[in-house]
Design a protein. Structure first.
Ligand code: GLU
Length: 512
């Protein structure tokens, strides 16, 4: 067989905002496609109309765009060589394949009502058998295997609702090779005769998924571990439809786990521990409930991509910070782990910090501006940029520059009582007083000059830097830690600094 062009797809169902686990699936598909010079397709699997959520599809597209992991084909992308890419618009295509399976004896009609199915479940439960519609139980149900041909024709002719089910052999091993897990083998005795085609004239996920992967010439199915139990069924569908030759290779990705490691990462974990589990903010259209997003929280998309790439994959070296191009080069399915990857919020923040440090001060300033506007603060672009330059080593997010450095823009709201208690010793007022006088007399107010005056004051009072450096910082910022202090003081400017030191002398003793 000639080498086929690599074609992979991300096939979400538009049932709500895309979870970051889904984003990671999309990312691995993207990296794999780019690495092999292939196509990355976005297909929307919306056959279950009852679970359709308005806005979800746009959300998915916007998220992929924001992250810079754009498909080159599919809903919202590319020239549409295999269009349409929404399964609801491909409805007319699937019936033919269900018919083909009926004709070859690999599928059958079933007429059982909800009550009859429920009664079957109860019966099986009473005899302690896992309830399945399978090779044994189907013989006691109303389907084209148990009813006469005339009866089947009559029922269909009279418009009675029916489904089409796959007909699985009673006991047969289904084997396939997963790129991550190796050989997987499941007996059909553990599987059930899944519905392929529903009474509403829509295919189920299984049929539509396999038919579309075939028609769209998918070469590799890279998806979440939750689909592993469906894979044997899909393998049988490829076989029964005569497509085994072109069956895609499967790679089932490990789960993203809760930070504690027990169980799948959920939205509730994010709410409980205060981190987003969605790429973008999402407002639930029915409840109005808003869930936070990485973008709105201040994450750089590159940091999110980098973090997710390493949750379940590693490059085999100690390198952690990867550009997207480096990821494309380094990525391989062979290095994806079988085991679930624990989500680590601190690592996510750490990645953001790495990318923040690489940014230009002007770029960070642009991201800080909306926060300043929201706090009714006005400052020149030049000043904001300088603040960002001083603060960027200290924070994980642009908005933290306000949280931890608001005193660059407005007067300190208070003096940190902890620091006062620990550091505001008897000698502090005299030191701050003398330094303030030196500042007042000085005509140059540069970081170098400020440091010189500081050292002079130290020498005169027989103090060491560690005795008063934090006190000095406290007097001008209200805080015990922050950006390099002499540069901070220079940027604040002489008048402001002298006023603040005066205020400190008047106020701090009231804290003790
Ligand atoms: N529609 C499925 C989902 O929502 C796709 C699974 C697959 O990739 O086959 O995840």
């Amino acid at each position: 067989m000639t080498e086929r062009r690599v074609r992979v797809r991300f096939a979400p169902s538009p049932t709500g905002p895309l979870h970051i686990g889904g984003v990671r699936t999309a990312l691995y598909n993207y990296l794999f496609a780019r690495k092999h010079g292939g196509d990355f397709i976005l297909r929307i699997e919306d056959t279950d109309q009852t679970r359709y959520v308005p806005g979800a599809e746009n959300y998915i597209i916007e998220a992929l765009k924001w992250l810079g992991i754009e498909p080159n084909e599919g809903v919202g992308f590319g020239d549409g060589s295999h269009a349409p890419y929404r399964q609801s618009e491909r409805k007319h295509l699937y019936r033919e394949y269900a018919e083909k399976l009926l004709a070859s004896g690999h599928a059958y009609y079933a007429f059982d009502t909800t009550e009859e199915l429920e009664a079957m479940r109860e019966r099986l439960k009473a005899s302690n058998i896992a309830s399945q519609y399978d090779a044994i139980t189907r013989m006691a149900m109303k389907n084209s295997l148990t009813l006469s041909e005339d009866e089947v024709i009559r029922r269909i002719g009279s418009g009675e609702p029916y489904v089409i089910r796959i007909k699985l052999p009673k006991k047969e091993e289904v084997k396939f090779q997963d790129m991550i897990r190796g050989w997987v083998s499941v007996s059909t005795s553990q599987m059930d005769d899944k519905v392929l085609y529903k009474s509403d004239g829509m295919p189920t996920y299984h049929l539509a998924n396999v038919v579309d992967d075939y028609l769209m010439q998918t070469t590799h199915v890279i998806r979440g571990e939750e689909w592993l139990p469906s894979a044997p069924l899909h393998v049988l569908l490829y076989r029964y439809l005569g497509w085994e030759e072109v069956m895609p290779e499967f790679a089932h990705l490990p789960l993203l786990l809760k930070p504690e490691g027990n169980g799948k990462l959920s939205k509730r974990d994010g709410d409980r521990l205060g981190f987003p589990v969605f790429p973008l903010e999402w407002e639930d259209p029915s409840t109005g409930e808003v869930s936070s997003g990485y973008r709105e929280t201040g994450y750089f998309s590159e940091a999110v991509v980098n973090m997710l790439a390493l949750l379940g994959w590693n490059g085999g070296t100690t390198q952690e910070v990867f550009t997207k191009e480096e990821l494309i080069q380094a990525f391989s399915i062979e290095r994806v782990s079988k085991h679930g990857a624990k989500f680590d919020q601190n690592k996510a923040r750490w990645f953001n910090q790495q990318y923040l440090r690489q940014r230009d001060d002007t770029d960070i300033a642009e991201r800080l501006k909306p926060v300043l506007v929201a706090n009714q603060v006005h400052a020149s672009d030049d000043y904001i940029t300088k603040v960002c330059g001083l603060m960027k080593e200290k924070v994980h997010f642009p908005k933290e520059i306000w949280d931890l450095g608001y005193y660059f823009f407005i007067e300190p709201l208070k003096f940190d009582a902890e620091v006062v208690k620990k550091r505001w010793k008897d000698f502090a007022p005299a030191f701050i007083g003398s330094l303030k006088d030196k500042f007042n007399r000085s005509t140059i107010f540069t970081a170098g000059e400020i440091e010189k005056l500081f050292n002079e004051a130290l020498a005169e009072q027989n103090l060491q830097s560690k005795d008063v450096l934090q006190v000095f910082r406290l007097s001008v910022s209200g805080m015990g830690a922050g950006a390099p202090i002499f540069e901070t003081v220079e940027l604040l400017g002489k008048d402001k600094v002298v006023n603040r030191m005066e205020r400190a002398l008047n106020e701090i003793h009231t804290y003790a």
